[in-house]
Design a protein around this ligand. Sequence first.
Ligand SMILES: Cc1cc2nc3c(=O)[nH]c(=O)nc-3n(C[C@H](O)[C@H](O)[C@H](O)COP(=O)(O)OP(=O)(O)OC[C@H]3O[C@@H](n4cnc5c(N)ncnc54)[C@H](O)[C@@H]3O)c2cc1C
Length: 279
Amino acid sequence: MTAYHHPDSLEAALAMLARSPDAACLAGGQSLVAGMNTGLVRPPALIDLNRLDALRGIEVDADGGVAIGAMTTHDTVAREARFPGALALLAAAAGQIAHPAIRVRGTIGGSICHADPAADYPAVLVALDAAIEIARAEGRRTVPARRFFTGFLATDLRPGELVTQIRFPPFVGAAAYEKLRRSEGDFAIVSLALALQIDGGVCRRVGLAVGGCGSTPVRSDDADALLMGSTLDETAVAAAGTALAQATEPVDDVRASAAYRRLMIPRLLARAVARVRSR
Ligand SMILES: Cc1cc2nc3c(=O)[nH]c(=O)nc-3n(C[C@H](O)[C@H](O)[C@H](O)COP(=O)(O)OP(=O)(O)OC[C@H]3O[C@@H](n4cnc5c(N)ncnc54)[C@H](O)[C@@H]3O)c2cc1C
């Protein structure tokens, strides 16, 4: 039998996690409860985070940075109109997660802690160089998104820890989120998150990552370098797309073959660049 706890404060939740490090945090329940129903996960205890209002909400800093509480729902992020510059990528991606019924319950913290390779947030967080803030009873630590996702359904989170907030540094520019999926509401076959700063027609900053093509989001320093300093002409974008595809390790699964995924990456990149330039 699974014990159920519903703490009123972060401190109380962390104290419970310290006593029961194998307990599972319950956020929106959209992945966890489904896993429990099918018997895939059997946590000894649930620590419900839904009373922790301090973990909910979006802050936009004066310098253009953004902080999102772990318990903020996909729907809230999708509806946020204040994201500065390329951080609008967050709303674009959140609005494409699943169906409305899942978006009003599912949270950004739950999504990244579940770490499904086909989920929408992980590539966005990596592209935007987000920092994940993690708490435990004895203290706090911050992990870059690039190191947070460690494998299939696996993260850097240790027993006794929970995610409190995700911070995004300012990113002047514009962004596009491309999601290839079989049908409305489905997980991605391939997703591509792109943020660009373009000055005088020349690309000055790149945030680019792919999801659904390996156990964790993929970035490619080679692809970034091919875009940086270019005028984002067809040749540069095609070369970057090829470099990005080569950096991935997709697998065949029920949604698509690995070969199809690789083939689509340069096309999604070209589409995303065109979309950013039109903004
Ligand atoms: C039919 C369906 C379609 C979906 N389609 C998509 C899709 O297209 N794209 C997409 O990205 N996702 C999709 N999802 C997943 C959805 O986004 C979930 O909401 C998300 O994966 C989990 O968020 P949650 O808040 O419900 O977390 P929960 O299910 O409550 O928790 C998930 C995991 O994270 C842990 N956890 C939760 N919060 C914290 C925290 N703050 N700190 C530490 N650990 C924590 C839990 O213990 C659990 O292990 C879909 C889900 C369903 C059911």
